[in-house]
Write a protein that binds this ligand. Structure first.
Ligand code: ADP
Length: 443
């Protein structure tokens, strides 16, 4: 607006002076005598007036342009000062500069806010211009592609064919797609979106936005869940099949003698008990996996707890004729009663299950060091398997066929209890000689 007004004013002035000139020449032509020398004088005066007017207009325009140039220069300096964020120091005397200063300051602020938001996103973000050069790359994305730089082509940092193909398509037409890719051992869901930024002479121009979400944990949990269901159904299937088989034989009258019938009923009962143990262990594991806080902590006498558990397992101990020794020492452990019982029982049960006939179990309590050791003279565990026995559903080959064995959840439960109380567990073993579990209750 300011510019149009100043030009209009300038042309009005020129028009005004030109009008005066024409009026003056008409008047001079009219009043001056029109003969001989006088005519020549009239023409001379008109020529002089004309030349004078020309000079005046040229000088006038020259000075006006000079003034414009100086003003533009000043304005440019002011704008660059504002861009340098020295907006408070400049002399904002005219409405125009105040307006520009405000707008640029707002732009700077908006830019800062945008940068802040983009860089605090947990999602990785890359914005590509129409030539696939990086226009924006945020902090989260630099963690995935540390070599990424603004201005660099995307082809120099990404070489996953699926992603590159999708980027190519997104440059050609509107696309909003997602794909999954493993990058540096992590799983990412990548959303690729075209951004319409207008047209070049012939074609539409599409920039491309890429969003990287780390889905490793979700994927891991989905795998755990899938494995858990697969293992649980597998473990439940075999006793269930036996129960159905024996029940059908009884129903169809295939078992004639009382002895056969009694054996079938006994087998059904055993399999049902096994299923009940499996379900109890699964429930127990899920309780420990999802439990965040520990309730009802009490001081429990460790020696008394071990005696109680050994008494509970007397039948299994007698069946294998195992000799159990518990030393006299004791100390109090601060735990929830069920957790403490589950911890010791799982270890003693294993020491019985994987022991030889006529074997031995030594339970030692060391009150000075707050340590409990449970040592057996059983089959032992190989070095390779030692690292894996605390995993869910992990069973050493051979244990699976063992009638007494569970489903590989006992030690997973033990591990969860130990971790929730910040205790420590160690295991050493020698094949065919025995295994020793050591728990330190110091935390
Ligand atoms: P399970 O229900 O099969 O006993 P656990 O989680 O308690 O499952 O143990 C996992 C595996 O570790 C067992 O299958 C067994 O092979 C091995 N194991 C555990 N305790 C002992 C032990 N005291 N002696 C030998 N092997 C053991």
């Amino acid at each position: 607006m300011v510019k149009i007004n100043s030009y209009l004013k300038r042309y009005l002035i020129v028009l005004f002076i030109a009008s005066i000139y024409f009026i003056a020449t008409i008047l001079i032509g009219y009043f001056l005598p029109k003969k001989g020398i006088e005519d020549a004088l009239t023409i001379l005066i008109e020529v002089l007036l004309f030349v004078g007017m020309g000079c005046f207009i040229t000088i006038f325009i020259y000075f006006q342009n000079k003034k414009d140039f100086a003003e533009n220069l000043q304005l440019r300096e002011k704008i660059s000062k504002i861009l340098d964020e020295k907006v408070d120091k400049i002399d904002t005397t005219t409405d125009f500069t105040i307006d520009i200063a405000k707008k640029i300051r707002k732009l700077n602020l908006d830019n800062q806010k945008l940068n802040y938001v983009i860089n605090s996103m947990s999602q990785g973000l890359i914005l590509l211009d129409h030539k696939s050069n990086i226009s924006i790359i945020n902090k989260a994305c630099l963690e995935i592609f540390p070599q990424g730089k603004i201005g660099q082509t995307i082809y120099s940092i990404i070489n996953y064919p699926n992603i590159l193909q999708e980027i190519k398509t997104a440059h050609q037409r509107i696309v909003n797609s997602t794909l999954e890719e493993e990058i540096n051992n992590r799983n990412y869901k990548i959303s690729i979106t075209s951004i319409d930024v207008g047209h070049s002479s012939k074609y539409p121009l599409y920039w491309v936005g890429l969003f990287f979400s780390d889905i490793s944990l979700t994927k891991e949990l989905a795998n755990v869940k899938r494995d858990f269901f697969a293992n649980a159904s597998h473990e439940l299937k075999s006793p269930l099949t036996s129960i159905i088989g024996y029940s059908q034989m009884l129903k169809e009258g295939f078992l004639s003698s009382q002895k056969e019938k009694d054996e079938a009923i006994e087998a059904i009962l055993n399999k049902a008990n096994k299923m009940s143990t499996i379900v109890k262990q699964m429930l127990s594991l899920s309780k420990y996996e999802f439990k965040n806080n520990i309730n009802d902590i009490e001081a429990i006498d460790l020696n008394q707890l071990c005696q109680n558990i050994v008494n509970e397992l007397q039948l299994e101990i007698k069946n294998k004729n195992i000799q159990v020794e518990i030393n006299k020492d004791t100390f109090a452990i601060n735990m929830n009663k069920d957790d403490a019982s589950s911890l010791v029982k799982n270890l003693v049960e294993n020491a019985i299950k994987y022991n030889k006939l006529n074997g031995k179990i030594s339970i030692e309590i060391d009150s000075n060091n707050q340590i409990l050791t449970i040592e057996d003279t059983g089959i032992g565990i190989s070095k390779d398997n030692l690292n894996r026995i605390f995993e869910r559903f992990y069973q050493v080959d051979g244990s699976k066929s063992n009638q007494e064995s569970g489903i590989g959840l006992g030690l997973a439960i033990v591990k969860h209890i130990i971790e929730s109380y910040n205790f420590e567990i160690k295991v050493t073993s020698k094949l065919a000689q025995g295994t020793k579990f050591t728990i330190s209750f110091k935390n």
